[in-house]
Design a protein around this ligand. Structure first.
Ligand code: FAD
Length: 476
């Protein structure tokens, strides 16, 4: 465990902040809050072991969890020892082009030294490292095996002033805990909409894009023979016909994690034969061939993800003071685009900015956060929802411009198979290092126009994985 760090409360705002949920959003936000409150209490329903094992409250932890470069940068700034700890424990650094073989929309992406890199490890390993780092802050107080049951409010129900908890360790009992700020980081299943209703407020409006995505994952021992050509493998489907995606990331313990991900109900089965057969029908054979050879280390586990879900707290006319909702509790994206942990991190630093600017007024900071975080979520939501709406079976409102964006991005993806600079620019947007509008930079826009007018010029590209690859329209 790292040495206890004494964090100076530079701008003290209050005595106690309460965070519901000790997963990624909760841990990262708690670190930010520890700069402003004498004590930050994190309430977690699970029993938290001192180990990097999957746990009940985070079932997604058994599946591939890539963290985008921006998210990792924020986390490593908040937790300075994090990256060293991950690498020492066996995480891999993967350049998203040089080290990643990525088959996308029927083409292998170009392999160049992109400088856009991610660390890969299992999700419980990442979370455990962050938790250890956070426990080094002496004003952070984690309470596990503790279920939050409802909010406590002031007499007029204008402020959330604490929470009612049910403790399960020792003699089970209910108690009340007061705080100057309550942060709901309890994930997609957040009860805030219901608790707000109980207080006499409206429920937030929701945006929902139903995609019916299913994950089926397992760990394998790494085959050293494959490590020279690539470190990680991603095979994306080509909508609307293709529904199947396969991902392989190197993780600690000299293992690979493989997730087979199916859209619109096309989910991989969990029996050995069915699992392999499903992988055989991915758009490139590389993952299937490897799965035939590699030794599985765990059973196949599944996770269903019904829909992208966004709760529009920013649109509520009345909202109580003293409350912040963050992470998956406010927006849960189709996980295959790997945005959840990064947007949770962006949420935490947005909250920090609001707390910095509020001149001691916590309620003002919380109200500003509600509006500001909605802006932060706009781009990742557009990327995830827009891509998912390429499947005609996906259900949800198709915003104006979706068709055009999907067409444009398809062209960009085709160009990334042969043009290294376009690929790098795309990777920077994808990893949230550059704003989405930079995808229309002239260095991309003009080649897209040229490619549209003279498509034949781009018909063949070299893949550093498998030799020559073909464009979709040549497959038939
Ligand atoms: C299959 C899958 C794969 C994913 N892959 C990626 C990926 O590759 N990259 C990425 O960035 N993101 C990925 N995500 C998303 C990512 O897991 C989340 O965005 C991230 O964990 C942040 O979530 P959170 O902390 O807001 O909520 P969660 O991770 O859901 O955690 C909520 C926490 O709150 C606790 N809790 C809930 N209710 C209560 C209560 N009433 N009282 C006390 N405690 C409570 C839970 O036990 C849990 O610990 C994936 C998600 C899924 C489902």
């Amino acid at each position: 465990m790292p040495k206890k760090e004494s964090f100076p409360a530079t701008k003290r705002l209050g005595q106690q902040a309460i965070v519901i949920g000790s997963s990624m959003a909760g841990l990262i936000t708690a670190k930010v809050l520890s700069e402003y409150f004498d004590r930050v209490t994190i309430l977690e329903r699970d029993q938290l072991e001192d180990s990097a094992e999957p746990r009940q409250g985070v079932p997604q932890g058994r599946h591939v969890h890539g963290i985008l470069t921006r998210g990792h940068t924020i986390m490593s700034e908040l937790f300075p020892g994090l990256t060293d700890g991950l690498v020492e424990g066996g995480a891999s650094l993967v350049d998203m082009s040089k080290d990643l073989a990525w088959h996308h929309r029927g083409l292998w992406k170009r392999r160049v030294d992109s400088g856009v890199a991610i660390y890969t490890q299992t999700r419980p390993f990442l979370e455990w490292h962050i938790r250890q780092q956070l426990l080094g802050c002496k004003n952070v107080n984690p309470i596990s095996e503790c279920d939050v049951k409802s909010f406590m409010t002031d007499a007029e129900k204008r402020r959330v002033v604490g929470v009612v908890i049910h403790r399960r360790n020792g003699e089970a009992h209910e108690e009340e805990l007061t705080g100057d700020l309550v942060v709901d980081a309890s994930g997609r299943g957040s009860q805030t909409p219901r608790w707000l209703e109980d207080m006499g407020y409206d429920k937030p409006e929701e945006s929902v894009i139903k995609v019916n995505v299913g994950y089926a994952s397992r760990l394998y021992r790494r085959l050293p023979s494959h490590q020279k050509r690539w470190k990680a493998l991603m095979l994306y489907p080509t909508p609307p016909q293709g529904n199947r995606m396969g991902m392989l990331f190197p993780v600690e313990g000299n293992r690979w994690i493989v997730s087979l991900i199916g859209w619109v109900g096309d989910h991989a089965p969990v029996d050995e034969e069915g699992y392999l057969e499903w992988a055989r029908n991915l758009e490139a054979p590389d993952l299937y061939n490897l799965m035939l050879e590699a030794e599985p280390l765990t059973p196949i586990v599944t996770h269903k993800f019904p829909s992208n879900l966004r709760r529009h707290y920013e649109r509520m006319r009345r909202f109580p003071g003293g409350l912040v909702v963050i992470g998956d509790a406010i927006c849960s994206f189709n996980p295959s685009y790997g945005q959840g942990m990064t947007t949770a991190s962006l949420g935490a630093i947005t909250l920090r900015r609001c707390l910095d600017e509020c001149e001691g007024n916590i309620d003002l900071a919380a109200q500003r956060f509600r509006k500001k975080v909605a802006k932060v979520l706009r781009a990742p939501w557009m990327m995830a929802a827009g891509e998912d709406l390429s499947w005609p079976a996906a259900e949800g409102t198709r915003p104006f411009g979706t068709k055009f964006m999907n067409w444009y991005l398809r062209k960009v993806h085709e160009l990334t198979a042969r043009d290294g600079e376009i690929l790098v620019r795309f990777l920077r947007v994808m990893n949230m290092l550059k704003p989405p509008y930079t995808i229309f930079h002239p260095r991309i826009l003009f080649p897209v126009i040229a490619h549209t007018l003279v498509p034949k010029r781009l018909q063949y590209t070299e893949s550093s994985v498998q030799g020559r690859v073909v464009l979709n329209n040549e497959k038939k």
